[in-house]
Design a protein around this ligand. Structure first.
Ligand code: DGT
Ligand code: CA
Ligand code: CA
Length: 589
């Protein structure tokens, strides 16, 4: 908008005043309702045109009306329309629209939002089958009534059912990796129970262990493709079948998650698995390499003319290019193809390398001491040491302990350690770093008593930059571990901002461990930052940050991101047999 004219009484865009697109939407709804009712097409089109004209006006129509501007000077707006616009601006209502809405079932407008359903078809459904709601439409489709109408085929039915299913399950967006883990394993198991299954796997971003996934992509190697698809459709949590053919199918689960399946013959298993594992950029680059050599790469195999060079296994595919097999976590076009060609891929850290967990809670959500239960769980997982870290009294952190809880915790830790069995427990406390760099409470006396100091940057305002504060806090030399170092949140905006280069350098220079927090919503450091930290030579520590013993498995999610960051066993503090913080060995906490 240009500058305000001095004579104007109503400012443009006054809050609460009706906008041009709201006026246009009213005309559009009116046109839809008229069309469903079978009104004269010219009349219907006139209101649609009115909507376009109002949207195209150079200024807020509300301001123009308030200034008494003559709207009929705009092409396409006659006296009648100008009057209706004035009524809408002044009263917020359009009487004709109110009248139509009162007369017609409101569910008909919901039907209009479905793919392939315009006013003419909605009218047909209403008149021929009496359908007024999404539910009635769904029932009619399932009863096979829809396809008897002219112009409605199985394709339309599928599309409509999928759209209705998605409307019913609004959680259609991306999900945390951990959220789909159980479902993915259940699907793999389900696919494996088909008698003809030779191989079955969930590929896609799930297999690459990305922190969030859009949908699940399954691949199956079988001889009987049609049977495999039928079996897939019997997955108990299937809510809708979006499509099902001879080689592929797509379903929606009861929570709205989409699952794709691709079925291939065993001779194509390797190339199909690689194709659907992605990433898109990685597989495109492979295809490009093949073309440069005069070969052809697709889901079915790698071919030189008619001759098959690869297909049955992924390793065979990479070998045909002179490469080592590339772990899925690395397939993001971050240098993995060159490294695989030079046979210099990292030997990624594995679960078996992990000897200790950076931190778990010693006090449960209900205030009870859970030290022994945490230790037992870690013992069963074969860990040699375990950090026990709770938010300190006076830290200002959520769930900060009371003094007496801290001493009960210390007793439980000492009691376990006196048993002299694995894991060795390291008493630790979580302190807060504020934007000025102050650490709360003062860690010095605690450190002198043998407590491992875990510090968490904590902003006081949204999007605050914590770089200076964290640098200053690290420089005190009092911090052992920096927890959730960058404040990132998966699928949400970060808690604060921080310069990762300066953060990593400060940690390296002061021998502070940078944590990869395994809480699925955090995964902080990220894969990319973990890789930067390794290159810079900083120490990296995985932590489950488990609030209950069951959650100790979260260390696996931290490990996933470490692997995506190209980290080897030697890059992780967790792979040492002895606890990394000597200060804690005799600690009383
Ligand atoms: P997501 O589901 O958004 O978390 O990410 P992805 O990587 O699972 O992507 P998705 O589900 O769209 O496709 C799965 C894989 O299939 C993808 O990683 C690569 C492969 N793919 C799918 N469509 C194409 C395509 O048009 N070109 C290429 N090169 N690959 C594709
Ligand atoms: Ca996917
Ligand atoms: Ca997909």
């Amino acid at each position: 908008m240009g500058g305000k004219a001095p004579h104007r009484k109503v400012a443009a865009g006054t809050p609460g005043e009706i906008t041009n697109s709201e006026v246009a939407a009213m005309f559009r709804t009116l046109a839809d309702l008229l069309a469903i009712e079978g009104a004269n097409p010219f009349r219907v089109e006139a209101y649609r045109r009115a909507a376009r004209i109002v949207e195209g006006l150079p200024r807020p129509v509300a301001a123009m009306v308030a200034e008494g501007e003559d709207l009929t000077r705009f092409y396409g707006i006659g006296k009648d329309l100008a009057g209706k616009i004035r009524t809408i601006v002044e009263t917020g209502r359009l009487p004709l629209l109110d009248e139509m809405l009162a007369r017609m079932p409101e569910g008909l407008l919901d039907l209009l939002s479905l793919p392939g359903l315009g006013p003419a078809r909605v009218r047909l459904l209403h008149e021929q089958l009496g359908i007024e709601t999404l539910r009635e439409l769904e029932d009619a489709i399932r009863a096979g009534k829809l396809r008897r109408l002219p112009g409605f085929g199985p394709k339309t039915e599928e599309k409509i059912l999928a759209a209705i299913a998605r409307m019913r399950h609004p959680g259609g967006g991306r999900r945390l990796l951990a959220e789909v883990e159980e479902t993915a394993r259940a699907i793999e198991t389900h696919l494996g129970t088909f008698p003809g299954t030779i191989h079955a796997a969930v590929a896609g971003s799930f297999r690459r262990r990305k922190e969030s996934v859009g949908d699940l992509d399954c691949v199956m190697a079988v001889e009987d493709g049609a049977g495999a698809i039928r079996h897939f459709l019997t997955f108990p949590r299937r809510a809708e079948t979006v499509s099902a053919g001879i080689t592929r199918a797509t379903i929606l689960l009861d929570d709205g998650l989409q699952v794709d399946l691709r079925v291939v013959a065993p001779e194509s298993w390797g190339t199909t698995l690689a194709y659907f594992t992605g990433s898109r950029a990685h597989t495109l680059a492979l295809r490009h390499l093949a073309r440069e050599k005069g070969w052809k790469l697709n889901e079915y195999g790698l071919f030189a003319g008619e001759r098959r060079l690869a297909g049955p296994t992924e390793a065979g595919l990479y070998a045909a290019f002179g490469m080592e097999w590339i772990p899925p976590e690395l397939r993001e076009m971050r240098g993995e193809l060159a490294a695989a060609s030079a046979h210099r891929l990292p030997e990624l850290a594995t679960r078996a390398d992990i000897r200790g967990d950076g931190r778990v809670r010693g006090i449960g959500p209900d205030g009870r001491v859970i030290v022994a239960r945490q230790a037992e769980a870690a013992r069963r997982a074969g860990l040699a040491w375990l950090g026990i870290a709770d938010p300190m009294p006076g830290s200002g952190l959520r769930g900060a302990l009371a003094e007496d809880a801290l001493s009960r915790r210390a007793e439980a830790i000492a009691r376990w350690n006196r048993k002299a069995i694995a894991p060795r427990l390291l008493p630790a406390g979580i302190f807060a770093i504020d934007p000025s760099g102050r650490i709360r409470p003062d860690p010095a006396p605690w450190r002198a008593r043998g407590l491992v100091i875990v510090a968490r940057p904590r902003a006081t305002a949204l999007h605050e930059d914590m770089t200076d504060g964290v640098e200053k806090a690290i420089a005190t030399g009092l911090i052992d571990i920096l927890a959730t170092p960058t404040g990132r949140r998966v699928l949400e905006s970060a808690e604060f901002s921080i310069d990762p280069v300066r953060l990593i350098e400060a940690a390296r220079a002061n021998d502070v461990c940078l944590e990869i927090c395994g809480i699925p919503q955090r995964l902080d450091l990220s894969d990319v930052h973990a890789r930067m930290a390794r290159k810079a030579g900083a120490r990296i520590l995985l932590a489950s940050a488990a609030t209950t013993p069951e959650r100790q498995i979260q260390i696996g999610y931290a490990l996933d991101q470490a692997r995506r960051g190209w980290l080897e066993a030697k890059d992780l503090v967790n792979t040492r047999d002895t606890p990394p913080f000597s200060v804690a060995i005799s600690g009383e906490g």
